[in-house]
Design a protein around this ligand. Sequence first.
Ligand SMILES: Nc1nc2c(ncn2[C@@H]2O[C@H](COP(=O)(O)OP(=O)(O)O)[C@@H](O)[C@H]2O)c(=O)[nH]1
Ligand SMILES: [Mg+2]
Length: 238
Amino acid sequence: MSEKRKQDIQRIKELESINLAREEIRDFVIETKKQVEKDNDLLANRINNDLKSRGIKSIDIVGAIGAGKTALLEKISEKISKKYRILVICGDITTRVDADRIEKHNVDTIQINTGRECALNAYHIYQVLNNIDLNDYDLIFIENVGNLICPSEFQLGTDKRITIVSITEGEWVIEKHPMLFKMSDIAVINKIDLLERLGTNIDKMKKDAKSFNPNIKVITTSAKNNKNIDLLIEALEL
Ligand SMILES: Nc1nc2c(ncn2[C@@H]2O[C@H](COP(=O)(O)OP(=O)(O)O)[C@@H](O)[C@H]2O)c(=O)[nH]1
Ligand SMILES: [Mg+2]
């Protein structure tokens, strides 16, 4: 490697390590964020206590755009909509596409359009729960906005969180998102019907999830081929 190239690389590394925000601005941002998260967590606790006291189970689903959150919810709903009275709350920045897909499987749906926000927060859920008759339901699913970063900042007050990734996202996707797997009860690796084509290293993905959270249950699924949907339902204790 030439001396010039070495110097260029060194300069880029230094640039990457500089915190571009001025210290006082950075502190203000951190404090504000902490307060927002604290308020959100208080509300999430209240939601969880309220749902528990009514005997309503609740599960939220997080994952990137296209991981298969809606497809898996459709499959789960298909299998258990006779056993439970289900409400599915779907988050997206716009449209009612997901809610319309899931509604075909004999469950009630509410679509929340977040506009510019990249994740649902406890306040969204609180508003929904305040405007429906909770006596009508014994199980609530929440599909978050497709995103692997923002949802890790907001608890929604559910009993369990599932994070879904698909093998099309590559074997590094879990390694790159530690927070979500630390705060999830179940990691789903979806689209395993495509494994032969893609050759994604699923063992690495499983190992990464377990290294962040030894208690996490890891389940491989194919919503397309109905693979392991029963296992997932069992893991959810439904
Ligand atoms: N091959 C395959 N495709 C899937 C699977 N699950 C979902 N898909 C497809 O992936 C796309 C995105 O799925 P969707 O459920 O909308 O993902 P979401 O954005 O996470 O809700 C759709 O075209 C689905 O048909 C799967 O297990 N295998
Ligand atoms: Mg969806």
